[in-house]
Design a protein around this ligand. Structure first.
Ligand code: SF4
Ligand code: SF4
Ligand code: FES
Length: 340
């Protein structure tokens, strides 16, 4: 007889019946199954499980595999939220299975499990992580510093400097953020939240000597300015790495380092200038200023969108209706100083 034993390394013991105090909850698990070598298309398979009190989601998946269906495939290793391998979609959103209490995700006695998004399925809940790792590699996730140090001497860093990279250092490479990123979904060339969080860890490392090269590269298309701020990555992140916050920090580094010759930086500046000047956002000016007045090719590219908006009556009004308390907005800008 199996039961979960929270302290055991495998989440199961093969001795007697569970203690009386352990309650169980009858739950249906709908798991997306797909074996590309055999199946034409993915399908959902249902399993019923008496979920013991205190069980994590990974404990449940293990019980299903060990007691009901040995063909179910998924990844796991540490069972301690360290290795990052057990991420999967739970009721539509990525989560670490070993860090999720089953009771927190069981809704109406049902849990739906699917593989992570934005990657190809290898089998069932196991996905091909190659594109994910390729993107991380693109940001040079290692310290670059050619200065000689004597053997046995460490490159020291103050606690304050370490604090700047502490959050990003907690990333366990679980790919939950990557799975649920909407920019990644529409543009497979986008660097993605994990790589950008990792990039912040090195851009802001006081010991690294490539900050300007790094931030210049990250400011190009498909980098920091292609994030839509949806916040999904930070919501899904099981650690303090919180990619959106790291992307915002990278944008600040880019602006403060004078890396301004790109659509994203121009867009941010045009946005701030417009509100500082008038208290409102001039959406008619914004696309032109973001592209750059002399970027003829870029302006021609957005022209069809502008024409379509005009035909469908979606373009912003040329003269805005008045907005109550608009002076307050200008006052906020004055308080924080004029934008540079
Ligand atoms: S905030 Fe940006 S990086 Fe994060 S999920 Fe949304 S689009 Fe992706
Ligand atoms: S940033 Fe967070 S969600 Fe993304 S891979 Fe790292 S730990 Fe996972
Ligand atoms: S099994 Fe290692 S993070 Fe879940």
């Amino acid at each position: 007889m199996f039961f979960l034993f929270p302290g055991s390394c495998l989440g199961m013991q093969d001795h007697e019946a569970p203690p009386r105090s352990i309650k169980k909850m009858k739950t249906k698990f709908k798991i997306r199954r797909f074996d590309p070598q055999k199946d034409q298309a993915p399908r959902f398979q249902e399993y019923e499980l008496e979920v013991p009190q205190g069980a994590t989601l990974l404990d449940c998946v293990n019980l299903i595999k060990w007691t009901q269906d040995g063909t179910l495939s998924y990844r796991m290793s540490c069972r301690s939220a360290i290795c990052g391998s057990c991420a999967m979609k739970v009721n539509g959103h990525a989560r670490l299975a070993c860090k999720t209490q089953a009771k927190d995700v069981i809704k109406n006695n049902l849990v739906v499990l699917e593989p992570l998004g934005n990657m190809t399925v290898i089998k069932d809940l196991a996905v091909d992580l190659e594109p994910f790792w390729e993107k991380v590699e693109k940001v040079m996730p290692w310290l670059v510093n050619d200065e000689e140090v004597s053997p046995g001497v460490e490159r020291l860093q103050s606690p304050e400097d370490f604090h700047k990279i502490d959050a990003a250092s907690t990333c366990i490479m679980c790919a939950s953020c990557f799975s649920d990123c909407c920019s990644e979904e529409v543009d497979k060339e986008y660097l993605g939240p994990t790589a950008l969080a990792k990039a912040q860890r090195f851009v802001c490392d006081s010991r690294d000597k490539k900050q300007f090269e790094r931030i210049s590269k990250l400011s190009k298309e498909k980098g920091i300015w292609d994030c839509t701020h949806c916040g999904e990555c930070s919501q899904r992140c099981p650690t303090d790495a919180k990619p959106l916050e790291r992307i915002v920090e990278l944008r600040n580094v880019a602006l403060n380092s004078g890396v301004l010759n790109n659509n994203g930086a121009r867009h941010a500046k045009a946005f701030v200038d417009s509100i500082a000047k008038s208290g409102r956002l001039n959406e008619n000016e914004l696309p032109v200023k973001s592209m750059g007045f002399f970027n003829i090719k870029g302006l021609l590219e957005i022209l069809p969108v502008g024409i379509r908006m005009l035909i469908r009556g979606k373009n912003p009004p040329l003269i805005h209706h008045s907005i109550e308390d608009m002076d307050q907005v200008k006052k906020i800008f004055r308080e924080f100083g004029e934008p540079k």
